[in-house]
Design a protein around this ligand. Structure first.
Ligand code: NAP
Length: 272
């Protein structure tokens, strides 16, 4: 059998948190495979990383919401004699609005990307992750801790990623594979525009930069943490749904969702 070179696969690396994660892993000496649909920004990021003196990342333009995407990605890696030692499942998107009013097919594509592809790419290379004593970093969200009217399907997909990843953390620990769920709070990226959250104002206590989130994710995985919630205030936010009755959490999430859609945050939360 030919010897395959270990790489770190980063999905959704063409922008936002994924691009920042790619930069952090590259800075720590990882050879990368960058995957997303848009080839141009992936190539630009690969150029930038190569120019910094790191190994030139491989670029794979692929729609991960397609049901055959895992098999295709596997084929693309195999033809380059590469295999993952680390998988970073970051690609994802959200849609704001009532689930019964949003496009059903688009919401199913969100489930296929945010949940199905994450499951596929988490399980597809376990033997390789084990052999290289590598790891799995799945980007969930603070959204994974609560249900949210107005973004019902997105929050549900992130609850799935969080639950799945925490369980995998325990299952794969005896195999020497680190598994971490990264749960950012609000981060200004292409996410908001794609979700239809225009001109949104984030609570200044909660907002984090892509760089801070990526660093926390990398360090959490390296330390073998089960869960990483970047920022003290975001950690507090994840505690509330575990302490309050579900009906209260739903009412609070509904009120926040309405404010988010109307673009009006209470004064104490408004950015300076
Ligand atoms: N921003 C936040 O406030 C926030 C908070 C918590 C968690 N998150 C999570 O963080 C992750 C990254 O989001 P982001 O904030 O960095 O948003 P972003 O800037 O919009 O990045 C999303 C990435 O996913 C890729 N992607 C989208 N659809 C895809 C598809 N069908 N196939 C392959 N790649 C696809 C995009 O690339 P292409 O469009 O080129 O395919 C892009 O690289 C997501 O999982 C999101 O849920 C974000």
């Amino acid at each position: 059998m030919p010897s395959f070179r270990p790489i770190t696969l980063v999905t959704g690396a063409s922008s936002g948190i994924g691009a920042a994660l790619a930069r952090v892993f590259a800075a720590h000496g990882h050879e990368l495979v960058l995957a997303a649909r848009s080839e141009e920004p992936l190539v630009a990021l690969a150029d930038e990383i190569a120019a910094s003196g790191a190994p030139r990342p491989h670029v794979i333009a692929i729609d991960l919401s397609r049901l055959d995407s895992g098999a295709r990605l596997g084929h693309e890696l195999a033809t380059r004699a590469l295999e993952p030692s680390v998988v970073v499942n970051n690609a994802g998107f959200g849609l704001a609005g009532a689930a019964h009013e949003l496009d059903r097919v688009e919401q199913l594509a969100m489930v296929d990307l945010n949940a199905r592809a994450v499951t596929d790419l988490s399980l597809r290379w376990i033997e390789s992750l084990q052999r290289h004593r590598g790891g799995l970093l799945n980007v969930a969200s603070v959204a994974g801790f609560l249900p949210a009217p107005g973004m019902a399907v997105y929050y549900a997909t992130k609850a799935y990623v969080l639950s799945f990843t925490e369980a995998l953390h325990v299952e794969l620990k005896p195999l020497g594979v680190r598994v971490t769920a990264l749960c950012p709070g609000p981060v200004r990226t292409g996410f908001q525009g794609r979700a239809g959250l225009k001109d949104i104002q984030f609570p200044r206590l909660l907002e984090q930069s892509v760089e801070a989130v990526a660093k926390a994710g990398y360090e959490g995985l390296a330390a073998g943490k089960r869960l990483v919630v970047p920022g003290f205030a975001n950690k507090m936010v994840t505690l509330l749904p575990r302490l309050l009755p579900r009906s209260v959490v739903l009412s609070l999430a509904d009120a926040r969702g309405r404010r988010r859609r109307d673009g009006a945050a209470p004064a104490w939360l408004r950015p300076r």
